[in-house]
Ligand binder design. Structure first.
Ligand SMILES: C[S@@+](CC[C@H](N)C(=O)[O-])C[C@H]1O[C@@H](n2cnc3c(N)ncnc32)[C@H](O)[C@@H]1O
Length: 250
């Protein structure tokens, strides 16, 4: 297995000790002279609630797709897909929401697309083909490349390992784009993104950052997931920890 990673900053033992102490005390974020670290929060997001009505979900997913566009996430994904070494037939989006990102992929790359999500739009409302499945535990459709955007922070470490192994059974490549748990993106989101998105996405966005993995955590989880499979992966944390991208090839 070959892994290339740029985790963004050294995870110093001192910070780890502080973080451990804070977790043990049930504190989410601690402030000490020169050090502030965010402990992973597992509280659910608003949109995780099964009682959220379909129209609220529609509005939030539309807003999220727009946010991905102006934060550069769509461009990042499209350029990763364009670098695929073979002609692309089918792209699968895991945790596709309402399929907004797949519409962009289909429009720009003219490929076949399929979405997977735990909750599908009402019958007749889907804009792309979608399958209802738990991507961690259930069989997935065959495709050339699978991607998961802002999904993996919803999963525990064990579930993320299972997800990666499960995807490896139906795809030769898996692109994971997610947030990074760090105080800098939290501040940037609060100041520059939250005021411009709907209230649900502003609240869920903050919680998503608190719930996401740090660069070193993500790196260790992916190493464990692909151990013994012969897979290779690249992991890159963006400047200011605004996102992280993992690109796994089997
Ligand atoms: C924050 S939304 C992201 C939607 C879309 N990927 C985007 O970035 O616009 C996370 C989505 O993942 C879905 N999801 C969460 N856990 C899942 C699982 N185990 N299998 C399939 N979908 C899942 C949720 O239903 C939700 O639609």
């Amino acid at each position: 297995m070959a892994a290339v990673s740029s985790p963004g900053w050294p995870d110093r033992p001192f910070r780890r000790r502080q973080k451990k102490a804070a977790t043990a005390a049930g504190i989410e974020s601690i402030w000490l002279p020169g050090v502030r670290c965010v402990v992973r929060s597992l509280s659910p997001e608003i949109l995780d609630h099964p009682a959220v009505p379909d129209d609220v979900l529609d509005r939030s997913h539309r807003d999220l797709t727009r946010t991905h566009r102006w934060l550069g996430h769509s461009r990042l994904l499209l350029s990763a897909l364009r670098r695929h070494p073979y002609p692309l037939g089918r792209v699968m989006d895991i945790g596709c929401g309402r399929g907004g990102l797949l519409l962009e992929v289909r429009k720009h790359l003219s490929v076949d697309v399929i979405g997977v999500d735990l909750r599908l739009p009402p019958p007749g409302a889907a804009t792309v083909p979608m399958v209802c499945a738990d991507a961690v535990r259930q069989p997935l459709p065959e495709c050339d490349v699978a991607m998961a955007v802002c999904l993996v922070h919803h999963l525990s470490e064990a579930e993320l390992i299972l997800l990666i192994r499960n995807v490896g059974r139906s795809a030769r490549r898996f692109i994971v784009l997610d947030l990074v748990r760090h105080r800098v993106p939290l501040m940037l989101f609060r100041g520059f993104v939250a005021p411009f998105v709907c209230g649900v996405n502003a609240a869920d966005g903050m919680q998503s950052i608190r719930r996401s993995y740090t660069g070193p955590e993500m790196h260790a989880i992916v190493c464990e997931a692909v151990r013994g499979t012969g897979a290779t992966f690249r992991h890159r944390v963006a400047p200011f920890w605004v996102n992280q991208l993992v690109d796994i090839y089997w």
